[in-house]
Design a protein around this ligand. Structure first.
Ligand SMILES: Cc1ncc(COP(=O)(O)O)c(C=O)c1O
Length: 397
């Protein structure tokens, strides 16, 4: 067996199941689940209809590159959303089966294991796929803590030259899971400078880019930042985006990778052998979803309503503020995050995720400690009910 498999950590939800084992939650309260980042708003009907209207596509093998109409739609969406002057649907866009598999397989394609002690830099706390992708590609993840005293920004100064010189790939996540932090233009400029100096590739995970709270201020994306800085052809940059959260289709498994054409050419070659072509019915439904913004605006309205109500009420008891974007609250806990999670589950049947499960020890600390991640994916009524129960827990603590 591949010995790197032994280096994989249990997934945070496995750790949570273990924590909950042996706890019998108070049955007087119906369960409320806020630990998993699975969107719960309804899938728009038109997407379901296009999917079922295209089931005849099951009779053919799809190509790994995907059909041109889908790639053209994605390119048009990118141009609209990020005011890009140019993105070539034939060389700069690849549809993927959800951003998760693409974020994972990207590391397998770009890491050169023959170069000594390859490093993949990841934010900390982080989306767990980055770590597993790095390990299975034969690299070592190196974590960059994102801390409240630094407004959860990536502080590149934490890493010495020796680490940068071995870095082959950097994952960034903006809007961030779990902090909701959106990277600024200055942060992009600095990261691009580091990439120019050390030659590493940037994988920008933007799967929450469409969940934001001010319709007039959508989050900056990596391609837009690169364009504004005159980085023609997006050197060493690939972004990953997804319909899962934008269009409430996490089960459809649809997203895309876009950016530098020569990297994507190699990635496509890898994917051809890996066998990750998108189902033709899903391609048709995805095209329809990328072509429509109305449902996305309505989706944001629902999140905006929930975040406003929940943060206002929760602020009376806990230190909590609106994230820049995404659908998580990253809440500081007055007791240990693990204890808070266990007690909330035991007494009030609400499940959240301990922040320490989403992070690793780095620089002598676990930056997720004393935080919990609360995914505001349930209905407004359920989220408000959860807030009331959290307040009750706090009043008895
Ligand atoms: C930060 C981040 N990136 C990527 C993904 C993967 O999303 P999908 O594979 O549904 O596109 C998730 C899912 O929760 C996520 O939180």
């Amino acid at each position: 067996m591949n010995p790197n498999l032994d280096r994989l950590q249990p997934y945070p939800f496995q750790k949570l199941n273990k924590l909950f084992e042996g706890i019998s939650p108070q049955q007087a309260y119906p369960p409320i689940s806020l630990h998993i980042g699975e969107p719960k708003h309804a899938t728009p009907d038109f997407i379901r209809h296009v999917l079922t209207d295209n089931l005849s596509g099951m009779a053919v093998y799809p190509t790994t590159l995907g059909a041109r109409p889908l790639r053209a739609s994605i390119a048009r969406w990118l141009t609209r959303r990020y005011s890009l002057s140019d993105i070539d649907p034939d060389t700069q866009v690849i549809p993927v089966n959800g951003s998760r598999e693409a974020l994972f397989s990207f590391a397998q394609a770009v890491i050169d294991p023959s170069r000594p002690e390859a490093i993949v830099v990841c934010p900390n706390p982080f989306y767990q796929i980055y770590e597993g992708a790095a390990l299975l590609a034969g690299a070592t993840p190196h974590f960059l803590n994102t801390l409240p005293e630094n407004d959860f920004a990536l502080d590149y100064g934490q890493l010495p030259e020796e680490i940068w010189s071995r870095t082959q790939l950097v994952y960034v996540c903006s809007p961030g899971n779990p902090t909701g932090r959106v990277m600024t233009m200055d942060e992009w400029r600095r990261l691009f400078e580091l990439s120019d100096r050390h030659g590493f590739i940037i994988a920008s995970d933007e799967c929450y880019a469409e969940i934001y709270f001010d319709e007039d201020a959508p989050p900056l994306g990596a391609l837009a930042a690169a364009q504004r800085l005159g980085r023609s052809g997006f050197p060493r940059l690939v972004v990953f985006s997804s319909l899962s959260k934008r269009s409430n289709v996490p089960g459809m498994r649809s997203g895309f990778a876009a950016g530098n054409a020569s990297i994507l050419k190699e990635f496509l070659l890898y994917r051809t052998y890996h066998g990750s072509a998108m189902n033709p019915a899903v391609q048709a439904a995805s095209k329809a979803a990328w072509d429509d913004e109305h449902h996305v605006i309505e989706n944001r309205r629902l999140y905006r309503e929930k975040f406003a109500a929940v943060t206002e009420s929760l602020q009376q008891t806990l230190q909590v503020s609106m994230p820049d974007a995404a659908f998580y609250l990253w809440v500081r806990t007055p007791i240990s995050d693990v204890q808070f999670t266990a007690e909330l589950y035991r007494h009030y049947n609400v499940s959240v995720l301990p922040g320490s499960y989403l992070a690793r020890y780095a620089g002598g600390i676990n930056p997720g400690e004393n935080f919990v991640r609360v995914a505001l994916v349930a209905s407004l009524a359920e989220c408000m009910e959860a807030v009331e129960r959290i307040k009750m827990l706090m009043s008895t603590a």
